[in-house]
Write a protein of this length. Structure first.
Lengths: 271, 359
């Protein structure tokens, strides 16, 4: 789908001690698509452009999201506002320096915190709570917030499959881990049985095991269990360890006796 | 790739031409020669000149006179002598040079001493395509062979010999006239022979620093390492685009770890916990938290084993290499009487955070 920049949020004057010199910093948010079918990933791009003649600093916070606030107005009229919760463990710091004339783009998948399964129009408000500064800490720009609009269309299995295939292809052809991780997170946002074969194949690429296996566990149907058993028996030690952990979790969570037996047999072969 | 069924021999004209030609190969085993921490690789270059038996029109003396002086990173490295069975017609010459350890991210520039662009060569047989001067990069098979350097040389020279210049040269069996060929400098030829970049070893993460740990100022007992850093062996973080840095944390027992409850709420952790981030970040944060506390408190002490590690998809088949190991110790205990108050303490690498007393 076409990528549409919905709002250029901010274009603010850059003041320095030299009042004769004025430059600009730009902050832009855009949805990667202004319409998705239900269950498809919703990607948000944030771009910071340094139009000044000095380096600037932007801090998105831990995991690149802790200094962002999101508010989503759903088609049913309910509103959910969050600061993305901080996960345990290792995380990118999220602070960046941007050289003059350069820009920085971040890509965020919103499905982790918001449910976009109801059909209709969503209003998404996003704001960077920390100011953009120069390297001396002087404020260059602040973000008043931006509103974006997203249309969620009825479920479309064919479209979802195409999206899965596209994301897997993007992972396979990625030239960097960061690119593969971005596509992997979008694929992992599709907690639907349609995604299972794609998640399974993506798991063996670019060390994406910690991203894809939790989604297989979340899907938790017979196909996902089969995929986890394949990974349990793979040569990838990380995939083996994480799939074992997921299967143990599923064994206690699933109520289907046949799936429980299958998991038990995989975890305890010969028992 | 064309077969190396090349039939050539070169003579160099002293004073006018100084040239050597052959098949250049840099061999190294990415598994056997890799250092245990993945930071370097030992390479043993071999230079070889190949040809088919009946094409060589020089005898052993001529072959034995060949030497190959190799410049390593612009400095004289070694002079190799060919291995050659005296009296036999030459089929190949090979020069094996001393091994050299190349740090990940390093570059080995290897070149023949004395070779200059525009040198001319005398071929005794040009009936086949000539292939030489290639660079093998074990990690990029597409780079391993460059052939057809001289496609424009007329393919009509079956065999040539100049017995006047080399009087002890044995004549070829075929009555071909002597032919001199002058190689026109070729862009790829010039790049690969005159300035050989023999090995570009992949950049890897290095110089991992944990940095200090600090207690979260809110007093929640979180232990925060906010200045973890590493560098690229090439000096440029963007060279680490194929690399990840991550943690692998194991908790007591097998399978998922459930925090003991009480004193914690019974939260389930994946065991192991694995997190990877892009190595191009050059740094990250690591916060060690805990679930909410739950009364009635009970003593609980356990350790988790944390490994910081890295992997590059273009290096050593993507295997993991260790940066550093730490033990994270957490405990909920009771102060001795008369306080009897419960407290939480977490320690790692000599840093700690606490909640004392627990609410």
């Amino acid at each position: 789908m076409r990528s549409v920049t919905l709002v250029w949020a901010l274009l603010m004057a850059f003041s320095t001690t030299s009042s004769s010199q004025t430059s600009l910093a730009g902050l832009a948010y855009s949805l990667e698509s202004d319409a998705v079918s239900a269950r498809e990933p919703v990607g948000l791009s944030v771009t910071v452009s340094n139009k000044s003649d000095q380096a600037i600093a932007v801090d998105f916070g831990r995991e690149g999201t802790q200094n962002l606030t999101f508010s989503v107005l759903s088609p049913d009229g309910s509103t959910k506002t969050i600061v993305p919760p901080l996960r345990k463990g290792l995380a990118p710091r999220g602070d960046f320096k941007i050289l003059p004339g350069k820009s920085l783009a971040k890509h965020i998948v919103l499905n982790e915190w918001f449910d976009f399964t109801a059909v209709g129009q969503y209003r998404i408000e996003v704001r960077l709570t920390s100011p953009i500064t120069d390297l001396q800490g002087e404020v260059v720009a602040t973000d008043p917030g931006t509103q974006l609009s997203l249309d969620v269309l009825p479920e479309d299995d064919s479209q979802l499959q195409k999206t899965c295939a596209r994301l897997l292809a993007e992972i396979s052809s990625s030239s960097s881990y960061a690119q593969a991780e971005g596509a992997g997170k979008k694929l992992a946002a599709i907690a639907d049985p349609i995604a299972v074969p794609y998640l399974l194949r993506a798991t063996s690429l670019w060390h994406l095991e910690p991203i894809t296996i939790p989604t297989l566990s979340k899907i938790g149907d017979a196909t996902a269990v089969d995929a986890l058993i394949v990974l349990l028996n793979s040569k990838d030690s990380d995939a083996t360890a994480l799939s074992r952990s997921s299967l143990m979790d599923l064994k206690g969570r699933l109520t289907d006796p046949s799936l429980q037996d299958k998991i038990r047999g995989a975890l305890e072969p010969g028992s | 790739m064309r077969m190396l069924r090349l039939l050539f021999l070169l003579l160099f004209l002293s004073g006018l031409c100084s040239a050597q030609i052959g098949t250049w190969t840099l061999y190294y085993s990415e598994n056997d020669a890799l250092s245990s921490d993945g930071s370097s690789v030992v390479i043993t270059p071999t230079v070889s000149i190949s040809g088919s038996t009946n094409a060589w029109c020089l005898n052993s003396r001529e072959f034995a006179s060949y030497t190959a002086a190799v410049m390593l990173n612009g400095n004289p490295w070694a002079v190799g002598q060919p291995t050659y069975a005296a009296g036999a017609r030459g089929t190949s010459l090979s020069y094996t040079f001393p091994s050299v350890t190349v740090a990940a991210g390093g570059v080995v520039d290897m070149s023949y001493a004395g070779k200059v662009e525009g040198d001319c060569f005398k071929f005794l047989d040009l009936s086949d395509a000539i292939s030489f001067g290639y660079v093998e990069d074990a990690y990029d098979p597409s780079d391993t062979f460059v052939d057809g350097f001289l496609p424009d040389i007329p393919p009509t020279f079956p065999c040539a010999i100049d017995t006047s210049f080399y009087p002890d040269v044995q004549p070829c069996s075929l009555p071909w006239p002597p032919v001199w060929a002058s190689i026109t400098p070729y862009p790829i030829y010039s790049a690969d022979i005159d300035s050989q970049q023999v090995a570009q070893v992949i950049a890897t993460p290095t110089n991992f620093q944990l940095g200090p740990g600090t207690a979260d100022p809110s007093g929640n007992g979180y232990l925060d390492f906010n200045s973890i850093s590493w560098q690229s062996s090439s000096g440029n973080l963007s060279d680490l685009s194929a690399c990840v840095v991550g943690e692998y944390v194991t908790y007591p027992g097998t399978g998922n770890f459930v925090w003991p409850s009480p004193p914690y709420q019974a939260e389930t952790m994946s065991n192991p916990t694995i997190i990877n981030i892009a190595a191009t970040e050059g740094g990250c944060a690591d916060v060690h938290s805990h679930p909410a506390f739950q009364t009635p408190y009970a003593a609980s002490n356990f350790n988790s084993a944390q490994q910081y590690r890295w992997s590059c998809s273009n290096w050593a088949n993507g295997q993991w290499f260790n940066f550093s190991n730490y033990t994270i110790s957490r405990g909920v205990n009771q102060h001795p009487a008369p306080s009897n108050a419960w407290y939480y303490l977490i320690t790692k690498a000599g840093y700690s955070a606490s909640v004392d007393p627990l609410p």
